[in-house]
Design a protein around this ligand. Structure first.
Ligand code: BEZ
Length: 211
């Protein structure tokens, strides 16, 4: 069965551009983003990896480690890295997993045979410090992802893991949040001393805790 939210992200040992990595050990107490791309030396993937390298300091600020994966061999990853730096202006600054035997791709369901039976799709898994899958998304090969959106969901996941809140549509860090419907008004008084606005009994809006 496909990996689902709340499942433990499977552990593995992998050869990467940053050496051999034991995944859970490498994650340590951090959050993690594991993402696959279909193939080295392809245009959309080149832009995506340059973008992740550009955003790496933002992931660092969020105590979040990023790691990429494709089924290409390590020597291709190393050779391609030069093209990423040259064309995107950002050198690879995070590990890229080489998964030529598709061991990890299969473990994470990153190969969707009805889309392509040999290459990985564009999967993203956000993994919490408890090693559980907090979010997964899948894009086809033809559509590059928006990694600013991945940062946004990391912000939401980290906030909602600490406070009894949810984040509304298009929420950005610092904006108002929603008090979880499971919290009574009585309980909310102690959790949200700054108060809240009740639009409906199930829709209570408050300032982002800690903002
Ligand atoms: C790309 O990254 O451009 C790409 C990779 C595989 C299939 C189609 C596009």
């Amino acid at each position: 069965m496909a990996l689902q939210l709340g499942d433990v992200a499977p552990d593995f040992t992998a050869e990467t551009t940053a050496g051999t990595i034991k995944f859970h050990e490498w994650l340590g107490d951090s959050w993690g983003v594991l993402f696959s791309h279909p193939k080295d030396f392809t245009p959309v993937c080149t832009t995506e990896l340059g973008e992740v390298a550009r955003l790496k300091p933002e992931f660092d600020k969020r105590n979040t480690k990023v790691i990429g994966l494709s089924v290409d061999p390590l020597k291709d990853h190393h050779a391609w890295a030069g093209d990423i730096k040259e064309t995107q202006g950002h050198a690879l600054n995070f590990p890229l997993i080489a998964d030529p035997d598709r061991k990890i791709s299969n473990l994470y369901g990153m190969i969707h045979p009805n889309a392509n039976d040999t290459l990985t799709v564009r999967s993203v898994f956000v993994i919490g410090p408890d090693k559980k899958v907090k979010l997964s998304i899948t894009y086809p090969a033809s559509t590059g992802r928006n990694f600013e959106e991945i940062l946004r969901v990391v912000d939401s996941l980290q906030l909602t893991s600490k406070h009894s809140v949810a984040t509304p549509v298009n929420w950005q860090r610092g904006e108002d949040v929603i008090i979880s419907p499971s919290i009574s008004d009585e309980d909310a008084k102690t959790r949200f001393p700054q108060g809240w606005k009740t639009l409906k009994p199930y829709l209570r809006v408050t300032k982002q805790p800690g903002a």
